[in-house]
Design a protein. Structure first.
Length: 295
């Protein structure tokens, strides 16, 4: 008993001693969600929706931040979790799951799954409506290593369309370029059209790859997540989200951050994957002290 008590206290003190930078209210997620790769929060429920990364079960989880419990665990019966990477939602309570992780730029079966009115699903099973898609500008599977900018890990929904942001995995010639694609939010097969490739996050591939996105339904502001930064896109024209003002928020903390969602217009939820003794948490991040970002 003595050794168990000492170990428990050591864990508590270690957690308290961690420096989370500007991240607040760090809470360890339940063990089942230690590989969380995408999150979403909408006004139809108090739950934060989450999914795990590739290799896990095809389950959509509703996490209750007030109790730190998983209130819902919905198995999607007609799909697999090949590489689930991000979530989005709409005003009707629908949740969209992005199965489009493409680390090697060699996938030809990327998809987005629509889970209708997720909060009101009775029981623990459902089926998804499927949107299969390809990327307009990808012709080789895979392309050469210096041209591997076809991994998708970020998704938002707006006005009947899905918008995708690339995670640039090019080597040798990495310049931080992020591609923006658009496709109709409809069942069936479609081609994701390249809207823009004008935004360059930065040229350090260790910390400048975009791993999640979310849009604030009230302001239209878009958050793009990396391991150490948040980019806020605002005042854009139409759906060229890179055409307006771009600001950067330095988080001051480095981890494998994989999920971002607006709690409200002033605060973000952020999650990271568990790596060793660090991560596996959900945080809050105030949207303040933004700096202009020069592309």
């Amino acid at each position: 008993m003595k050794y168990i008590l000492i170990l428990s206290l050591s864990i508590i003190f270690s957690a308290c001693a961690q420096d989370f930078g500007k991240l607040e209210n760090a809470t360890s997620l339940p063990d089942y969600m230690h590989e969380v790769s995408g999150i979403e929060k909408n006004s139809q429920s108090d739950l934060i929706w989450m999914v795990n990364d590739s290799g896990n079960e095809p389950v959509l989880v509703g996490y209750n931040p007030k109790t730190n419990n998983l209130d819902k665990a919905i198995t999607i019966e007609n799909v697999k979790n090949e590489d689930w990477e991000d979530l989005a939602g709409d005003e009707n309570g629908n949740i969209f799951i992005g199965d489009f992780g493409n680390n090697g730029s060699d996938r030809k079966n990327m998809a987005i799954y629509t889970i209708k009115d997720a909060a009101n699903i009775s029981g623990n099973k459902t089926t998804a409506t499927i949107t299969n898609f390809t990327l307009e500008d990808q012709k080789k599977f895979p392309p050469k290593k210096h041209d591997r900018n076809f991994d998708i890990e970020s998704l938002i929904y707006k006005d009947g369309y899905f918008y995708l942001f690339s995670r640039n995995r090019s080597t040798n010639q990495f310049d931080g370029t992020v591609k923006l694609y658009k496709l109709p939010a409809k069942e069936g097969s479609a081609e994701a059209i390249l809207i823009s490739d004008t935004f360059k996050a930065c040229d350090d591939r260790r910390i400048c790859q975009i791993t999640s996105a979310d849009i604030d339904p009230k302001t239209g502001n878009i958050a793009l997540l990396t391991s150490q930064h948040i980019y806020i896109l605002s005042d854009y024209k139409g759906d060229d989200f890179f055409s307006g003002k771009i600001s950067i928020l330095q988080i001051g903390h480095n981890s494998q951050k994989e999920g971002v969602a607006f709690k409200n217009s002033d605060t973000l939820y952020i999650t990271d994957e568990l790596r060793g003794a660090s991560g596996g948490n959900i945080y809050e991040l105030p949207i303040e002290n933004l700096e202009p970002f020069k592309n």
